[in-house]
Design a protein around this ligand. Sequence first.
Ligand code: ATP
Ligand code: MG
Length: 453
Amino acid sequence: MEPVIVQRSDHSLSRENISPEALKVLYGLKEANFVAYIAGGGVRDLLLGRQPKDFDVVTDATPNEVRRVFRNSRLIGRRFRLAHVFFGRDKIIEVATFRANMVPEPVEASDDSEPSDPPDGAAANPHHVRRDDGMIVRDNLFGTPQEDALRRDFTINALFYNIRDFSVIDYVGGLQDLSDRVIRFIGDPGLRCVEDPVRMVRAVRFAAMLGFDFEPATAAAILEHHGKLALANRSRLYEEVQKLFFCKAAKRAYELLREFGLYGMLFPELDSWLGPDRGTLECRRISEALSQVDEWRQAGREVSPALLFALMFGGMHEAKAGELADQGQHRGLALHSVTMEHFGGLTERVQVPKMVRFRTAEILASQPRLTADGGRRARPLATRSFFPEAVAYLEFMVRLTGENRETLEHALAIPWEPRQERYGADGDDRRRPRRRRRSRVFRPGNEPGPEAT
Ligand code: ATP
Ligand code: MG
């Protein structure tokens, strides 16, 4: 298949908008006589005039060859399929070899999790054959540029930018779809959903984020196959859920998820509690909560996964805890247990890390305390690591209900003095050294216990 090649004079993608690090990698590969393209979201976003999140480089060099071109690189991933080129402490350009296989790898717990294969890819991998002319002969690992384009999810995500002549290479009609503003699966839409159900959530993300429509067969396939999301890898779904709700178009994403039946696959309990009607007060509350998240994100404010879940689940949890409170239970405790119980079922679908679950519970459970006596009992909460998120939650509730304005002022004026950080602001507990946790006691109405009592 001959690709459409658009020369430099006929497209809007300018090198000025490519990061200097990505350019260094592209030129380094080119000078070593390898093919070097930018692929995926980077090309898409530059052509749309958006700032790309990162630049992924693809090449015909094997990972080992990449390693030899750049001293500042190392091989990562299962069987060392990728190379990371490092610049300074935290700038990384990911370099992948053109790939043929269609089904993506599951998310890996750690880059180095499976060091069993020897790092010498070409020699150690008997399937990989490079012809004399440098062309990689097809195997189930590496492939041609065309195969690499065809294995990708959507046409707009499969464009290449060629550093050799600054042209854009299009094997799949992605340029047309960018200009028509549509999300279209590459290949057979039903098959692509079945192969990797996470792609359905990705479709929603790109549609929401870019304000694109779905090409009809793509939409029909998602509607037909939404139930297959139950089979998806739970850690990958957690990753995608975060990307989805932090893409600055979370409200739109939520509406699309509901339309396609995907929301119920991700959050079954909440979805059935909401019921099929989209206009109810509770549905609108979630829309409002997600608009709030979008506004914060657009203003450059960090929103943690725990705050996101607190905002999204708050309505249901407050209603359920309210019933328990009516039966005499302490409201804060009830909010805590309702939240933990909900996550218990939810993690069968979406692998929310334990620390994020706890933190969500704490944000919600602290609300009665935060608002008691017009905020006069809130001060001890300011020693807790989740205090800013609890106040942010209150900020949203004030906006939603118009109540507790003065209480919020009061809370905002309290300096946050965390006694001991137990987990990072993003709620990710994996990077922290393991420490034995003793039983945690939530003590309503008392001084809050130390973080790890
Ligand atoms: P973002 O700007 O959010 O990073 P992106 O398009 O770069 O969006 P990534 O998740 O970073 O998305 O993936 C990079 C590229 O890899 C995609 O553009 C797509 O071509 C390909 N890709 C990612 N996930 C899949 C998948 N599940 N199936 C097929 N191709 C995929
Ligand atoms: Mg990306």
